[in-house]
Write a protein that binds this ligand. Structure first.
Ligand code: GCV
Length: 731
């Protein structure tokens, strides 16, 4: 025993002294670096002595390979493969169908409870010997279980009495890639698209597999490969062959491919004169197209469709409804088991009374008219992925139509690549929001996991933040948002804090002082961005087009843009006050919510500060509970300053981690936080000097005064149409 300890200590010393592998973020949360806690390492080495993977499907081979790589990295030595458990410490992986050992273990009830994709990971005895069983009903369940087992070691959890059972609460857990065929990525801040259409299908790329591995490790089981602003060419045989090649790489990892369908494809690539969804020739064209896709990709998932929104064609062009359009696809996909995900992000040609009312107005009347393999995919809020919005009133309002959640993982409106914002907090806030659709406790999570309305199908989509940057997501901490999205898609009731804990341990270090401090930092980061960009329920005051940096002044009669695309439309500042009256005296968007919410949010005495200016136009000197009894102007100044202060606190927290993590990533994060601090000040000063031109009130002397007059901020330019807008003259 003494000898063993000494050897372990020697190995720890040697591995610490060995030249470190470059930490460029490529490995994500699957780093598998040596366990540095000697007691845990001893425990793991005793508990894991051989690997038995029963079955030889591509998916079980992927599980075996992952376990071998992971265990070798974590334990510092190969764990030998064995055909059967011959000693204490076997890790046995498989399904009752692939493994006689697992079949004989009497896991029937436990396995029944975890369904097709779930798993059971258990310390047990097999033939009188200690073993750990990773069991599932399907090969992909076993793969998920293998990742879960590795996570136990990566996070330094004990293996004693290990007893984990888990099943996803949502069936379709998808990433939506807004990737174009020229490899640009709409709202992408991490380089080019991963999909190298020019070299597919002939050339593969290790990143395709690593992408699928990363997704499988968090349970993501589908990828919509193309932009919702769709290009019909993806549906041509040339491109479908490329899609099939990607599908082949992803398949062992349980990741199915989906595409976006351009509604006018029958005209553009089919030679038809119309795309009318009720025209028999159009329907026949789509049916034939879909049949041809399944001939190439038998497990093709289906289509996401953006129609009659922001200039995209759709059924309304032919005076048909969204349901008519969706049902045409659903009917053709149904025989193959495919689905259509019809987006509710509609943005019609007419400027509406209030843009945030539109999705509900158009879709609610269609409830019950969609075929059962059609989803309606709804953005988390009624507007467009703002730092904070109330939940979309559609959640809870369409009991007869499976609603999918659409989150945006890429941070279009939240500082894009550089600002550190942990979206776990935002996703959690939305998922826990109570719609009151069936009384108290009717949370958004229960709507989308199907439990509230008994949906037979369930799904969730996250707009991907992934590109070909070496670190995948443009910044080290943006990886946490991909990770958190996947974990919440598996279980929408999980705590964002627990997810951050796991992510930090796997991505950086298990050092408890690091995990404690940096987790706290991540948890405050979302409120920080809300405060320095859009406090108190403000929204969409970003510069127009690229949405990077402040632009609250954009709008009014002198712009050539539609009113409802401009910040002045949304914040409604005037000499009296600030905010959009969405109560009965204004646009009455509030009527789209359930009565208890209407009552609370509609009353200035009870509305929470988080949505104050979303629903109310408040006088500059008005004192409300939501402004902590301070005049609105003072509260606004306090919030913008709090945002900047939080970023400075984040910097201090991070600076204190020097030496606890590798230098490469430490410096990366540090330099981005410096950009964030500078830009938080820019946001604060630009917004406050602008709003001050209405309030005519001073910024109290106890606060930092703006570095420049409003005129200065008006001339800061961020070039549009760049992957990563960098702005000139940021103060
Ligand atoms: C893909 C916002 C974004 C657009 C995006 C659109 C959508 O308007 O700015 O880039 O288009 O949402 O979700 O369809």
């Amino acid at each position: 025993m003494r000898m063993k300890r000494a050897l372990i200590t020697l190995w720890l010393v040697l591995s610490a002294a060995a030249p470190a592998r470059a930490e460029d973020g490529y490995d994500l949360w699957l780093r598998y670096r040596p366990v540095t806690d000697a007691a845990r390492l001893a425990e793991y080495r005793a508990a894991v002595t051989q690997l038995v993977v029963d079955g030889d499907s591509p998916t079980l081979r992927a599980a075996r390979d992952e376990l071998r790589t992971g265990l070798r990295g974590l334990l510092g030595a190969d764990v030998p493969l064995s055909a059967s458990a011959t000693r204490d410490g076997a890790v046995i992986v498989g399904t009752p169908a692939s493994s006689r050992t697992i079949g004989a273990l009497g896991l029937g009830d436990a396995l029944r409870a975890v369904g097709r994709e779930g798993y059971v990971v258990r310390a047990t005895r097999v033939g009188g010997r200690r073993a750990i069983v990773v069991a599932a009903n399907s090969d992909v369940g076993a793969l998920y279980g293998a990742f879960r087992f590795l996570r136990q070691l990566q996070t330094y959890g004990t293996l004693a009495n290990l007893a984990v059972a888990s099943a996803p609460k949502i069936q379709l857990r998808l990433l939506n890639h807004w990737d174009n065929l020229n490899r640009s990525v709409e709202r992408g801040y991490a380089g080019h698209s991963l999909w190298a259409w020019d070299t597919l299908p002939d050339a593969s790329n290790p990143r395709y597999r690593d992408y699928a591995r990363a997704n499988a490790s968090i349970g993501i089981n589908g990828a919509v490969l193309t932009n919702v602003n769709a290009n019909a060419r993806i549906l041509t045989p040339e491109y479908l062959a490329k899609v099939a090649a990607l599908a082949n790489v992803f398949r062992p990892y349980g990741v199915r491919v989906y595409l976006t369908a351009r509604f006018s494809a029958p005209i553009e690539i089919g030679g038809l004169k119309t795309a009318d969804p009720l025209d028999p020739a159009v329907r026949a064209w789509w049916k034939a197209k879909i049949d041809s896709i399944y001939a190439l990709i038998p497990d093709f998932g289906g289509f996401t469709v953006k129609a009659n929104s922001e200039g995209q064609p759709g059924p309304q062009d032919y005076h048909r409804t969204h349901a008519d359009g969706a049902n045409m696809f659903a009917e053709a996909l149904a025989p193959h088991g495919g689905v259509v995900m019809w987006r509710a992000f509609v943005y019609s040609n007419e400027v509406p009374v209030d843009r945030v009312k539109q999705a509900y107005t158009e879709f609610k009347p269609l409830d019950g008219q969609f075929r059962d393999n059609a989803f309606v995919q709804v953005k988390n809020g009624p507007l467009d992925f703002q730092p904070r919005e109330p939940f979309s009133p559609l959640f809870g309002a369409m009991p007869k139509t499976p609603l999918m959640m659409e989150f945006q993982v890429t941070k279009e409106y939240l500082g894009q690549d550089t600002h550190l914002v942990y979206l776990g907090q935002e996703f959690e806030e939305v998922l826990r929001s109570d719609t009151w659709a069936k009384g108290k406790g009717s949370t958004v999570a229960k709507v989308i996991d199907g439990s509230l309305h008994g949906y037979a199908r369930t799904g969730i989509a996250g707009v991907s933040n992934i590109g070909d940057d070496r670190n995948w997501t443009g910044s080290q901490f943006n990886q946490a948002n991909w990770y958190a999205y996947g974990r919440l898609a598996w279980d929408p009731e999980m705590s964002a804090s627990d997810i951050a804990d796991d992510w930090l341990r796997m991505t950086f270090t298990n050092d408890p002082s690091f995990v404690r401090a940096v987790k706290a930092m991540m948890k405050t980061s979302r409120e920080a961005v809300v405060n320095y960009m859009t406090p108190l329920g403000l929204a969409h005051i970003m510069a127009t087009g690229h949405h990077y940096g402040p632009g609250p002044w954009v709008g009014g009669p002198n712009t050539r843009m539609r009113a409802d695309q401009t910040p002045t439309y949304f914040h409604r500042a005037d000499s009296l006050g600030l905010g959009f009256d969405r109560t009965a005296t204004g646009s009455n968007a509030l009527e789209q919510y359930a009565p208890p919410i209407r009552a609370r949010w509609g009353n200035q005495r009870t509305v929470p500060d988080s949505v104050l200016l979303w629903f109310h136009h408040v006088g500059w000197t008005e004192r409300l509970p939501a402004t902590h009894g301070r005049p609105l102007w003072d509260e606004l100044v306090a919030r913008y300053n709090a945002g900047v202060d939080s970023v400075r606190a984040m910097q201090r927290t991070w600076d204190a981690q020097r030496g606890k993590v590798d230098d490469e990533r430490f410096r990366d994060v540090q330099s981005f936080l410096a950009i964030q601090e500078k830009e938080a000040r820019w946001w604060r000063d630009a917004a406050l000097t602008y709003f001050q031109s209405f309030s005519h009130l001073p910024i109290p002397a106890r606060y930092e005064q703006p570095a420049h007059p409003l005129q200065y901020y008006l001339q800061v330019r961020c070039p549009a149409n760049r992957d990563k807008p960098r702005c000139d003259n940021v103060p």
